[in-house]
Design a protein around this ligand. Structure first.
Ligand SMILES: O=P(O)(O)OC[C@@]1(O)O[C@H](CO)[C@@H](O)[C@@H]1O
Length: 364
């Protein structure tokens, strides 16, 4: 029997929906700069830079001190715990630098995978214990949204019903706790691109996963207007021999979303999932041009696809600051145009922007 006990006051709802709308207003998207120490290590290894706290800080300082006009294309930045408390070389907290630009500060809240015994190497995500206390502290420290990434794999017997249900429930529990503490939850159920499956199979799985997530969010009384979804685009597996055009990816993606995501959700910010920077932009543009009803903002929350050419331009050298900021600004602008369906490929992309950013089993 359903009971109705209010989960949030009207003031809390107003605050949450205003934060969510601000993040995705006018083609804005999210910079996912929330790589954990280990993940950042992989990124730095590619450019032969040592994974020290100071090197991580220096790269992020360059990104966050980019020209203020970045606030036309970036509405939110997701930070890792360490970065929320780091400062620029003048001693100013990164979070204050972002806020002064009018950018909403977010925080990664999931704490890595744990195996689901009896499945084909599937996982659930940890971090629910003590989450309410962590959220309350992060809110005090300036964060206004959170992120939780659940990972599902397409393989023999995967994703299992257990993995789908367990991850949907954890995402919903996390979302509920975030909202109780004034943080907009970014709900990220990522279906990984590993495998040789075709796009149609990815669409089938993505629909099953999203349907379970929205059932769980409803069960947990989550206020959808105060959430954002961060899904994978519907694409073929990385090892699939069949190639698809952005228009085909767009049609499959919007069809899956149209069937499963309520219109009350203000924004859907895709992850880039190992696509090259240019593919991530072209696909997002095609998604926004797709001739199906689209009641939500369709934008980006890219990690690799916003930072790859910036990282390559930086190479660990302070002298490359200008080139690094230009590379970052270029991708941010391109994705903002794509979020409005207005991106025109100039044909002058650098090598880094067309390079695949795929990492096998990108689990954390
Ligand atoms: O797929 P992308 O766009 O590179 O990154 C998506 C993402 O959720 O995955 C990473 C690992 O948790 C995070 O840093 C980032 O927010």
């Amino acid at each position: 029997m359903a009971h109705r006990f209010p989960a949030l006051t009207s003031e809390q709802k107003k605050e949450l929906s205003e934060i969510a709308q601000r993040i995705v207003a006018n083609g804005k998207g999210i910079l996912a700069a929330d790589e954990s120490v280990g993940t950042m290590g992989n990124r730095l290894q590619r450019i032969k830079v040592e994974n020290t706290e100071e090197n991580r800080r220096q790269f992020r300082e360059i990104l966050f001190t980019v020209d203020n006009s970045i606030n036309q294309s970036i509405g939110g930045v997701i930070l890792f715990h360490e970065t929320l408390y780091q400062k620029d070389s003048q001693g100013k907290l990164f979070r204050n630098i972002l806020k002064e630009k009018g950018i909403v500060v977010g925080i990664k809240l999931d704490q890595g995978g744990a195996p689901l015994a009896g499945t084909n190497k599937e996982t659930t995500i940890q971090g629910l214990d003590g989450l309410s206390e962590r959220c309350a502290q992060y809110k005090k420290d300036g964060a206004d949204f959170g992120k939780w990434r659940a990972v599902l794999r397409i393989d023999n017997q995967c994703p299992s019903n257990l993995a789908i249900q367990e991850n949907a429930n954890a995402l919903a529990r996390y979302a509920s706790i975030c909202q109780q503490n004034g943080l907009v939850p970014i709900v990220e159920p990522e279906v990984l691109p590993d495998g040789d499956h075709d796009m149609e199979h990815c669409q089938y799985v993505t629909e099953k996963v999203l349907a379970a997530v929205y059932k769980a969010l409803n069960d947990h009384h989550v206020y959808l207007e105060g959430t954002l979804l961060k899904p994978n685009m519907v694409t073929a597996g990385h090892a699939c021999t069949k190639k698809y055009m952005p228009e085909q990816v767009a049609m499959a993606t919007v069809t899956a979303l149209h069937r499963t995501v309520p219109a009350a959700v203000p924004g859907i910010c895709f992850l880039s999932g190992g696509m090259s920077e240019e593919d991530a932009t072209l696909n997002l543009n095609a998604i926004n041009l797709c001739p199906l009803p689209k009641p939500w903002k369709l934008s980006f929350s890219y990690g690799r696809a916003l930072q790859a050419s910036a990282l390559a331009a930086w190479g660990g050298k302070a002298a490359n600051k200008k080139a690094t900021q230009e590379a970052f600004m270029k991708r941010a602008l391109a994705n903002c145009q794509a979020a409005k369906g207005q991106y025109v490929h100039s044909g002058s992309s650098g090598a880094a922007s067309t390079q695949s950013l795929f990492t096998a089993c990108y689990s954390y």
